[in-house]
Design a protein around this ligand. Sequence first.
Ligand SMILES: [Zn+2]
Length: 237
Amino acid sequence: MTETKLREEICLFGRSLFERGLTPGSSGNISVRLEDGGWLVTPTNASLGFLDPARLSRLDAQGHLLAGDRPTKEIPLHAAVYETRGPARAIVHLHSTHSVAVSMLPEIDPRAVLPPMTPYYLMRAGQTALVPYYRPGDPAVADAIRGLGGRYSSVLLANHGPVVAGESLEGAVFAAEELEETAKLYLLLRGLNPRYLSPAQVADLTAVFGLTLPEPDAGHAGCDGPACNHPDHHHHG
Ligand SMILES: [Zn+2]
C-alpha cells in the first residue's frame, strides 16, 4: 500500500473510531510502520476525528521527525511494541470506556484481562495483558511492554486504555473494536455467572484458526529476580 493511501486510511479509521465514541477528545493515537522502517503517526493533541493526511507525523526508522506535525508523546509505547512484536505493522491506542473500566477491576488476571467470551475476541485480539498504571509519557511504560516479550498483540494500560497491534491497520482497528466490545460484554455479565468458552472450545479455535495465544505459564524462564517486571511473575491467583 502506498504512503498516500496509508495516510488516508489512518484518517478514515481515526474518524470512524472517534465518531463511535471509542476515544474522546484528543485522546488515542495510531501508528503504521512503513517499508523503509519509518512510521506514520498521529500528531500530539490531535483528535482522531479530525486528522489531516498531510499533517500526520512522518518519522524515519530512528524516530526522527521528517515531516508533518509533532508526533504523539506516546511514541515510546508504540516503539516498544514494534521492537518486541515482529509482525506488527500498525498500532491503535484508544481511551475506550469499557476497556478502561475493566482495567480497574480487582479480579483481573494480568495475563488474560478478559475471559474467553467469544470466538472473535480470541481470533482478532487474542489474549490481552494488563500493564500497571504509569503516568502518561512515563518512559517506564515502554519497559513494562518490553517485559511482555511481544507475546501479546493486545495490551491494556491500567486506568488508561488499550494498545492493540495488527499486521495491518485494519487488523489493529478491528482487534481494538473487538477488545472494547468484549470488555462491554464482560461488564454486562459481571456477577451473572455467565458461561464462557470452555478450554476445549478454545483449543478447537486455536487449532482450526492457527491462533497463537500466549501460554498461561509461558515466560517464566529467564526471570532474573525482582527487577523483572514480567506480569506472569507477579500474579498469585
Ligand atoms: Zn493514551
